[in-house]
Ligand binder design. Structure first.
Ligand code: GDP
Length: 295
């Protein structure tokens, strides 16, 4: 994960830690290298510039120049700023409803269906909730089957209406069903498109308005780089969602989305998905992610 970014940051910080005494010029050079590493990892230039400006100010303010271990101090400053960029404490999923409704949105192929299964599994095993999965991808029967297979695998019921092509109706019926059968959580897996399109946005907006979710999560493929950030913004404009799920962090992603999304949409990353298996889901902690990025 983030190998390239890790290597470059490591190199930049190694240069400074190798010195006993450092100058303002050394700090400036290191900061420039950090900025370059971030931009190469698909972090937008503006975000990278603002971040490195803060790092530089902190470094000079905290007397890195007179420190006996300037390298270590610099690593700590970079770590804290990266963690800050990715957000504060993880607030979890809002489970205050009865049942709690969780709406899953995102483009086709982003990993929505897989994540819906993982979240159901997580809530069932870690939070002891009775969970109902709802298949609302009415355009792709294969997606409904896929959710059923996942449901069977994790022992979670999947609500389907194969003949019904209206996702707003299916969601409402599923919620009624969940109330009657005392489910604690209803996870609604919606249809995506390959790119942002008005029909999809209208459809998800209609479902959102009808079911009034306790939690709306936007799922995005971290491998799509800067596009991930643009998609996150487009969905947020329509749904004002509560949190982001970054998928495919096990792949060769450059990491830009993880670092930038919080700043651009002002919504926290709540989960990261690191594989196709149902257990490959992590609650997102900015500080731990900063640890990973710094190796
Ligand atoms: P949807 O169209 O948004 O519902 O996306 P799917 O859940 O069907 O996922 C699309 C593809 O990505 C599938 O082949 C999944 O197995 C795969 N996938 C989903 N999440 C991850 C992940 O975190 N890592 C990897 N490597 N593959 C994933």
């Amino acid at each position: 994960m983030f190998q390239n970014l890790q290597d470059k940051l490591d190199k930049a910080l190694h240069n400074i830690s190798g010195r006993g005494k450092i100058t303002e010029i050394n700090v400036a050079e290191t900061v420039k290298e950090i900025r370059r590493a971030l931009v190469d990892a698909d972090v937008s230039y503006k975000v990278a510039k603002d971040l490195t400006k803060k790092i530089q100010e902190k470094a000079l303010g905290q007397n890195v120049l007179t420190s006996v271990t300037p390298g270590q101090l610099m690593v700590k400053i970079v770590h804290d700023e990266l963690a800050d960029l990715m957000g504060g404490d993880n607030v979890g999923v809002n489970l205050s409803g009865n049942p709690s409704i969780v709406l899953i949105a995102g483009l086709q192929g982003s990993g929505k269906t897989t994540f819906s299964g993982k979240l159901a599994n997580y809530l069932k095993t870690k939070k002891q909730k009775k969970v109902l999965l709802v298949a609302c991808d009415v355009y792709r029967p294969a997606a409904i089957d896929q959710l059923k297979v996942l449901g069977d695998q994790i022992g979670v019921e999947v609500y389907t209406e194969f003949e019904n092509k209206n996702p707003v109706e299916i969601s409402s019926h599923a919620i009624e069903y969940a109330k009657q059968n005392k489910f604690n959580v209803v996870i609604i897996d919606t249809a995506g498109r390959l790119a942002i399109d008005e029909n999809m946005m209208n459809e998800i907006r209609n479902i959102h308005q009808k079911v009034i979710p306790n939690e709306t999560l936007f799922v995005v493929d971290s491998m799509t780089g800067q596009d991930a950030v643009n998609t996150a913004k487009a969905f947020n404009d329509v749904l004002n969602y509560d949190g982001v799920v970054l998928t495919k962090l096990d792949g060769d992603t450059r990491g830009g989305a993880a670092l930038t999304i919080r700043t651009v949409v002002e919504k926290p990353i709540k989960f990261i998905s690191t594989g196709e298996k149902m257990e490959a889901l992590d609650v997102f902690y900015p500080s731990r992610m900063a640890d990973r990025i710094l190796g």
